[in-house]
Structures are given as structure tokens and as C-alpha cells.
Design a protein around this ligand. Structure first.
Ligand SMILES: Cc1ncc(C[n+]2csc(CCOP(=O)(O)OP(=O)(O)O)c2C)c(N)n1
Ligand SMILES: [Mg+2]
Length: 801
């Protein structure tokens, strides 16, 4: 059903008729999927349904203008578009609705997201890139409304980079930057800050982005009068309209039930964006939502009779049908026949999807029932075991939970019997087989994942200079930009002045304004820009000026970047490097170290906390060899400290997930990271003067954490553990404790209570005293260790207080 890529202008009337008829067919198939989909939820076969009914016709127009190499970043209403570009079949639609965990049946998300969340595959099975210029691409949807906006900016900007930056290998990714990024959003979701931020950013950047607003006047039950000033998004965005003097947007308003107008509007938008890189906003008005928002309630509750009547009259498919009859494109009988055929096709497709979804589980059930019956034979609880087997057997359409619940309950009954071993083995092997369907691909499983890159230590010439540490970073970035033509960095003040700490000094002059770029103050879309660029094969470094302001971007890191590999079951990747600087400096919003919050929000992204700039530079070098996203937190108070300049710039690599022992010791293991380490080392030296010999370990990497279990090995020797950081109590230190004591099993070697020393629960106060009374000091560390040793040997270490 894929549409031909020809434009209306070059068609004969017969060709034109055929194309319109094909469009009509896609629309009615899509509608029928929505109608039947809703029934599947109401009868309990699927859990939740959110469908594209009422939005079919504009999506046909968008699909016509959408070319190979283009990208979509949209939301849950776009099933018709996906069908029209040939990326969603009826069977796949229902597989998604049921939650089929096999990617061959639900290619959108392998059952991980609810239906209506669309994606195409950018990667081959080994994680390498497909040729994205030869296919129609959709970045993977997420549910948070407007969450699709930040990445849309990057998807569009990639075309500009590919067109205007010389020296980048465009194979697989671009044909002279001719690709358009197409956004879709609901009218109500334009109320989100992310929408306005992204719209402004794309206007500033002048990138080929065509943004469609599907306007049905509602956001679930809430009318436009509560959502949008003047109830009209294109009117209030009118100031973005370009004119003779100023660049800006082309803004188009078009009725969502007017097929002919829509086709011409989308063609115009496509040409403008594709050829001139002008962003376009298409406000598609007068749309409807025939079945209401989703399966969680009916729209009769909040739409009045007049509105409901209007929605029925102006249903876009009904209007299209009338138009086709009026203009002799088809008779109403012929169109009725298409309607009838669509009903049949969808019913058949639905049945096929259901049977494909349920059959493997039925087979698994039969196997388990057989095993349970066998175990029942020799069990003293025969009657009970047999009843479990019968009850399971009676479930006609079981889910996997039914199987495991039964098996695990029976296991308890036969714990002392011969049948136990066989049942336990079945449960273990079944779990091993099924669990990855729900848990695999959180991180890259390709040969380029972070564990594939070995450490390469920095090399120093005999006369290596001690320099301000920011120069190590700067010269390493210089080497990176030369070595990797597809890298770029962008952030507030990153361009002209070379970042607020001069780690990029002179880089813009050398590599140009597109590769070393200043951007507006808009952290969420800086992040999204990075995601979009990385989705299209570039290697962006998105700079967030201070760790404290990462919060503006954490939502998009958490919802979009961190879930990307997972929610596509490994079919998309965005190896974005996020650079920021943090830990202690001055006052509440320039001293933050909310590492616990971050690591708990971004599982799926690596989180690296180098103690100095050489380590940080080494992380950048490593990451560029991998295909995974990571956050690197540089030490804000470390840029002016002295470090030796390595001679293998761009090549030395800090290993990820590996600790470094900074001082060997016998009495206690101190674990820390980042800026705090200097104080830990100071305290350790002072403690040595009184005979307390601390082992000091730099964690370096919080996600992944100490993959070789070096900390547990250290505790095996010292039998004591103190974790020190400048996060809140119970923050990242609690995570480290969990990793070491529970995950690494170090509890077995502990002779003292494992402890943490953190900052206060409040934000760090301003000034040196503010720091001293908010964050752990060298004295705090000294006294904490001393108190632990006092407990061990009160005579040798008499109480200080
Ligand atoms: C950030 C966020 N807040 C709330 C929701 C719940 N929610 C889902 S859809 C929706 C309404 C969206 O309306 P609109 O953007 O007009 O799209 P439509 O469904 O009408 O096409 C809401 C509030 C969400 N998914 N994400
Ligand atoms: Mg709406």
C-alpha cells in the first residue's frame, strides 16, 4: 500500500485517481483498525488503546510528501501515516495492541510500549547502521506529550550539518542534506514548554523541519480555551512568520478534512523545507476524534451534542469520500466496496495477529501442564498439584504470568519431593528464555558497547609541561575534532568564547560555527538536538553549562535518550555525549552534585564522574569509539589546577566501569568520586600520620559501576568501608553501598558497619563557609574514619569528642 513517490503534477488523471483511491483505502483500513482495536480493549484482549481515528486524511498528505531519508518525530495518532509510508501493516497494528514481544511481529517496540508508539529500524542485527537514505524513517515515539519535540530539532539540524559541513562521510545518512524532519503533535500538547522551546530553536537554526499540529480542539477532555491563548496556535505563532527582512517560519493553516488542500499544503511545505531549509508550521484545524481520546473513557462526557454532530458531519474520511464522488474519482458504490473490503481485511489481520500472539504461549502452557501432571503422579500433594495443572489447562488464552504463577506455587508444594528439581529447572530455563523479552537492550549489545574499549593510558614526554587542566581538555578536543569529522559540540557559550571555562578556546575559529556552536539557553532542546543528530549518524557533544541546570534536560534524558535502545529493542541508537561540569564551587546553583537523582533517572545512559580533566578527556576519547550515550561530569573546581599535558591527545582512553585505586591501605576502604576525592586524599594522608592506613578508590564511573568488583576485593583486605560524596544523604552514596554490599557481596568481609559521609540534605550554601558547612570537609572525613577506627580499637584511638 505504499504510495508512489510521484507528485500530483506529473500524473495523468487515471494515475491520479488510482493514487487517491489507494489513499482512501489506507484511510478506511486505518479507521477500521481503530474501531476494532477499541473493541479488543473493551473485550479484554488488549490492555489499553489509543488510536488514530479522525486524523487519517492529513496523514495521507504528509506521507505523500515524505521521502526516503526523511525522519518523523511524532505521537500516538500517526498510525495512518505509518501505514501510508508502508511501515505498519494491519497485523503489526494489532500485534502492538496485544503487546507481542517478538520484534518480527511488533516491529515498533516488541511489546514494550503500548500500541500507537511507532518506530522504524535504523540498525541491523549487529547494531550497525542501515542505509537510512534508502528508507523512510521514524524516530521512536514516547508517551510524554511534546517529548518528541527536542529530538525533532536535532533530526532537522542533521540535514544542515550534512549539507554545510565539509568532510563528513554522508554514506547511509544523507543526500546533500535534502532530508526533512517531520514533527507531529496534538493541539493541547503545544501548551508544553518543550513545544515552544523547540519551535524557537528551529526558527533560530533555520532547519528543514515541518511541524504539523493535529488540532481537534481537545486534549482528552480539556477544551482549547484552557490550552491555547486565542484557542489558535498558528495565530499566536504568527510572529514567527518569515518576511522580506527576517528569516523565520512559513506558517500554513489548512482544514483537516480537505484532502486536496492538504496534499498541496504538504507538497509546498516539503519543497520549502527540503530545498531552502526553511522550517514550516502546518496547523491542521477542524479535526475530530470519533471514538474519543482513548479506551479509558467516552467523549460524550465532555463534548456537547452540537460538537458531536459537527464531528460526525466533518469526519475527514466522510468528507474525502464525498469529495471523491463529487469529482468523479469514484462512485459511491465503488467506495462502499472498498469500505466493505477494509472491514474484512482488518478482521482477518486481527485474527492472524491474535493467533500469532497467543499460539507460542499456548504451546508453552501445554508443555508446563504436561510437566505438572507428571510431577502430580509421584507427589504426596497429588490432588493439589493436579488441580493447579487443570486450572492452568482451563485458561484458554493464557499469558506468561499464568504459567509462572502456577509453576512457582506448585514448586513450594513439592519442595521436599523428587519432582522439585525438574520443576525448578523448568522455571529457571523458562525465565531465562522469557525475561530478556522484557529486559534486554537497555544498553547497547553490539560489539561497540562501552565494554569493548580497553584503557589506553596517557603518555607523557619527559619534559611534559604542567598546565592549567582546561588546556588538557582543549587540546584533546582539538585532536578529537581533527580525528572525527562527524563530531560537533554545542552549548551556551561553547562557541565564540570556547565555553565558560575555556575548554574549547579557539575551537570555533578552527572548526567553524556549525561544529563548535553557541546555542540559546534551552537545555532540554540542547539535549534533544544531540539525540536527533546522533539518531542520524553524527557524533554530537551536547554541553550543559552547569550540572545544576541539567535538571531542565533530565526529563528528556530519562524519557527519550535513556529508553531509546530499550523501547526499540535495539533497533535505534543515539550515541550522544553529554558534557557538563559540576560538584562544588559557589552557592546553591553552582555547586550541585545531585548524582543520585541523575543515576536513578537515566538507567540506559552511562554516567561518568572523572576526578580531573585528563580522566575526562580520556572518557571522551573512549566514548567516541563506542555506540552508546553517556553523561560526563567534569569537576567545576578543577579547570585551573595543574595537570601534565599528555602527548597522545585524542588517543588515550579512560576505561568505563573500572575503578582506580589512588592509595593502597590496610585499615579501611574509602570510596569516592569527582571533586571530593581531593579531600579524601588529604584526609587519608593526615590519618596516616596517626597510623590509620586508608585505601582510597576512585569509582570514576557510576553507571556502569565497578564491573570488576575491585571495591569488594579491597574490603576483603581492609574489612571496612566508608563511601564519601557530596550528594544528599541517601543519594549516590546509597547506590554505591547497595552495589558494594549487596551486589558485590562485600557484607561478608565487613567487620564494621558500612557507612556513608555525604553533604547535608539542603542545597549547598554560598561562599567558602557555606561550602564548609554544607559539603563534607577533610575534617569531616578524618573524623568519620577516626570514629570508625575508635570503635575497633578505643585504646589506640581514644574518642575525640
Ligand atoms: C507530559 C504528559 N502529561 C500528560 C499526559 C497524559 N495525556 C496523554 S494524551 C493527553 C492529551 C493530549 O492532547 P492533544 O495534544 O490535543 O492530542 P490528541 O490526543 O487530542 O490528539 C494527555 C493529557 C502525557 N501523556 N504526558
Ligand atoms: Mg487534541
Amino acid at each position: 500500500m505504499t504510495q508512489a513517490e510521484t507528485t500530483a503534477a506529473s500524473l495523468t488523471f487515471d494515475d491520479f485517481k488510482k493514487e487517491v483511491l489507494n489513499d482512501y483505502k489506507i484511510a478506511v483500513v486505518s479507521r477500521e483498525c481503530s474501531l476494532l482495536g477499541r473493541r479488543e480493549v473493551l473485550t479484554g484482549k488488549a490492555k489499553f488503546g489509543i488510536f488514530g481515528d479522525g486524523k487519517e486524511v492529513p496523514q495521507l498528505a504528509m506521507a505523500k510528501a515524505f521521502k526516503n531519508g526523511d525522519f518523523r518525530s511524532g505521537y500516538y495518532r500517526d498510525q495512518t501515516f505509518m501505514m501510508a509510508i508502508g511501515e505498519l501493516t494491519i497485523e503489526q497494528f494489532f500485534a502492538g495492541l496485544y503487546g507481542h514481544t517478538d520484534i518480527n511481529f511488533d516491529p515498533m517496540t516488541a511489546g514494550r510500549q503500548m500500541g500507537g508508539h511507532f518506530a522504524t529500524h535504523s540498525l541491523n542485527a549487529d547494531g550497525s547502521w542501515k542505509d537510512l537514505t534508502q528508507q523512510k524513517n521514524s524516530s521512536a515515539d514516547i508517551s510524554p506529550t511534546a517529548g518528541q519535540m527536542p529530538r525533532l530539532v536535532g533530526l532537522a539540524q542533521a540535514s544542515k550539518i550534512y549539507r554545510d559541513v565539509p568532510g563528513i562521510d554522508t554514506t547511509n545518512f544523507s543526500n546533500n542534506g535534502n532530508e526533512v524532519a517531520w514533527g507531529t503533535i496534538g493541539n493541547a500538547s503545544t501548551s508544553e514548554g518543550l513545544f515552544f522551546e523547540a519551535i524557537n530553536a528551529a526558527g533560530v537554526l533555520q532547519i528543514p523541519m515541518v511541524m504539523s499540529v493535529w488540532d481537534d480542539e481537545y486534549g482528552i477532555s480539556v477544551h482549547a480555551r484552557h490550552q491555547t491563548t486565542k484557542e489558535n496556535i498558528s495565530e499566536i505563532l504568527a510572529g514567527f512568520q518569515r518576511d522580506d527582512e527576517n528569516k523565520g517560519y512559513e506558517i500554513i493553516r489548512v482544514k483537516g478534512w480537505d484532502y486536496a488542500e492538504l496534499v498541496s499544503a504538504y507538497q509546498r511545505a516539503s519543497d520549502l523545507a527540503r530545498e531552502q531549509h526553511v522550517p514550516v508550521l502546518i496547523h491542521v484545524i477542524e479535526l475530530t476524534q470519533p471514538q474519543g481520546h482513548s479506551t479509558s473513557g467516552s467523549h460524550e462526557r465532555y463534548k456537547n451534542a452540537d460538537r458531536l454532530q459537527w464531528e460526525s458531519d466533518f469526519d475527514c474520511i466522510k468528507q474525502m469520500k464525498e469529495w471523491m464522488v463529487t469529482f468523479n474519482i469514484a462512485s459511491s458504490e465503488a467506495l462502499d466496496a472498498i469500505d466493505a473490503q477494509a472491514k474484512k481485511d482488518v478482521l482477518e489481520g486481527k485474527k492472524a495477529a491474535w493467533s500469532a500472539f497467543t499460539q507460542p504461549i499456548k504451546d508453552e502452557k501445554a508443555e508446563l501442564v504436561g510437566l505438572l501432571e507428571k510431577i502430580a503422579e509421584s507427589s504426596i500433594n497429588k490432588v493439589f498439584v493436579q488441580k493447579y495443572a487443570n486450572d492452568l489447562n482451563d485458561i484458554k488464552e493464557p499469558i506468561r504470568k499464568d504459567l509462572l504463577t502456577t509453576a512457582r506455587k506448585v514448586l513450594r508444594m513439592v519442595a521436599k519431593e523428587n519432582g522439585r528439581a525438574e520443576l525448578a529447572a523448568w522455571i529457571a530455563s523458562y525465565t531465562q528464555k522469557i525475561q530478556p523479552k522484557f529486559s534486554a537492550n537497555l544498553f547497547s549489545e553490539s560489539a561497540q558497547n562501552v565494554f569493548s574499549v580497553a584503557e589506553v593510558p596517557p603518555v607523557y614526554a619527559d619534559n611534559a609541561e604542567e598546565v592549567d587542566a582546561r588546556l588538557v581538555l582543549r587540546d584533546n578536543f582539538d585532536a578529537i575534532f581533527t580525528k572525527h569529522p562527524n563530531t560537533m559540540v554545542f552549548g551556551e557559550d561553547a562557541g565564540n568564547i570556547g565555553d565558560v571555562n575555556q575548554g574549547l578556546e579557539g575551537m570555533q575559529e578552527k572548526y567553524g560555527e556549525l561544529r563548535v556552536a553557541d546555542v540559546g539557553i534551552r537545555e532540554a532542546t540542547i539535549l534533544g538536538q544531540g539525540i536527533g543528530l546522533a539518531l542520524r549518524g553524527l557524533r554530537p557533544i551536547a554541553e550543559i553549562q552547569y550540572l545544576d541546570y541539567l535538571l531542565y534536560a533530565v526529563q528528556i534524558m530519562s524519557d527519550d535518550l535513556a529508553t531509546l535502545q530499550y523501547r526499540t529493542a535495539g533497533k535505534q541508537k543515539a550515541p550522544l555525549i553529554i558534557r557538563t561540569r559540576g560538584h562544588r564551587l559557589e552557592g546553591i546553583w553552582h555547586s550541585g552534585s545531585p548524582m543520585g537523582m541523575i543515576i536513578n533517572a537515566v538507567r540506559g545512559i552511562h554516567v561518568l564522574v572523572p576526578r580531573n580533566m585528563t580522566k575526562a578527556a580520556g572518557f571522551y576519547n573512549t566514548l567516541l569509539e563506542t555506540d552508546e550515550p553517556a553523561l560526563v561530569v567534569e569537576c567545576l573546581n578543577g579547570y585551573r589546577l595543574k595537570e601534565k599535558m599528555p602527548s597522545n591527545l585524542g588517543d588515550f582512553r579512560t576505561a568505563i566501569g573500572v575503578t582506580e585505586t589512588l592509595k593502597q591501605g590496610a585499615d579501611i576502604t574509602l570510596v569516592s568520586y569527582g571533586s571530593t576525592l581531593r579531600l579524601v586524599e588529604q584526609a587519608a594522608n593526615e590519618l596516616l600520620e596517626i597510623g590509620i592506613d586508608c585505601e582510597v578508590i576512585d569509582a570514576q564511573s557510576l553507571l556502569p559501576f565497578d564491573i570488576h568488583h575491585d571495591i569488594a576485593k579491597s574490603i576483603q583486605k581492609t574489612n571496612r568501608l566508608l563511601v564519601i560524596d557530596e550528594d544528599v544523604p541517601g543519594g549516590a552514596s546509597a547506590y554505591i553501598l547497595q552495589q558494594v554490599v549487596e551486589e558485590q557481596g562485600a557484607y561478608a568481609y565487613l567487620d564494621s558497619k558500612p557507612q556513608t559521609l555525604t553533604a547535608k540534605a539542603h542545597r549547598p550554601a554560598y561562599g567558602t563557609d557555606g561550602d564548609y558547612f554544607s559539603k563534607p570537609s577533610a575534617e569531616d572525613i578524618y573524623e568519620k574514619v577516626y570514629a570508625m577506627m575508635h570503635e575497633v580499637d578505643p585504646n589506640k584511638y581514644p574518642s575525640l569528642f
